[in-house]
Write a protein of this length. Structure first.
Length: 155
């Protein structure tokens, strides 16, 4: 069996979250993504999307399955102040606090805030310092990710 060379660039083509209340999710994600400079890309009666993230109503033709999870999505911010602002915006728009913005004690430069979205998914707003950006560009292991993301599993 041969080995493969990891590719650079996009690993994920798209992600779909199936939600119970599309209006509440749209209110949350439109505000959170908008604060990161990411507008919604489109919408239909049962879904909305932005870049690779699709959010669809449970029971719609596009939805595969039922609301599950909790899933963990990390949204990249350009600077720490954007993490602070986006975390606050998330709380105003239906998010519930997991952990307020701050630097992770085990990973210098990993500055993040964590909230639950309206369906209980973990949403991380993160800004990486130069050291962690280099690490991410060369690969990061499961043990590293576990140390970064020690958080509650349910809202």
């Amino acid at each position: 069996m041969g080995t493969s060379t990891p590719t650079r660039g996009r690993l994920i083509d798209h992600i779909m979250l199936v939600v119970r209340d599309l209006a509440a999710s749209r209110n949350f994600y439109e505000a959170v993504l908008g604060s990161l400079g990411i507008p919604l890309g489109g919408e239909s009666e049962d879904c909305f999307w932005a870049h690779e993230l699709f959010v669809c109503r449970e029971g719609s033709a596009a939805a595969r399955g039922h609301p599950g999870g909790p899933h963990h999505l990390a949204l990249r911010a350009r600077q720490r102040e954007q993490v602070d602002d986006t975390h606050a915006i998330a709380l105003v728009h239906g998010g519930r606090d997991i952990r307020g913005p701050g630097e992770h004690p085990l990973h210098a430069g990993h500055y993040a805030g964590f909230v639950f979205d309206p369906d209980g998914n973990h949403i991380e707003i993160v800004c990486h310092g130069p050291g962690l950006r280099r690490l991410l560009s060369h690969g990061i292991g499961a043990r590293d990710m576990h140390a970064i993301h020690s958080m509650p599993t349910r809202p």
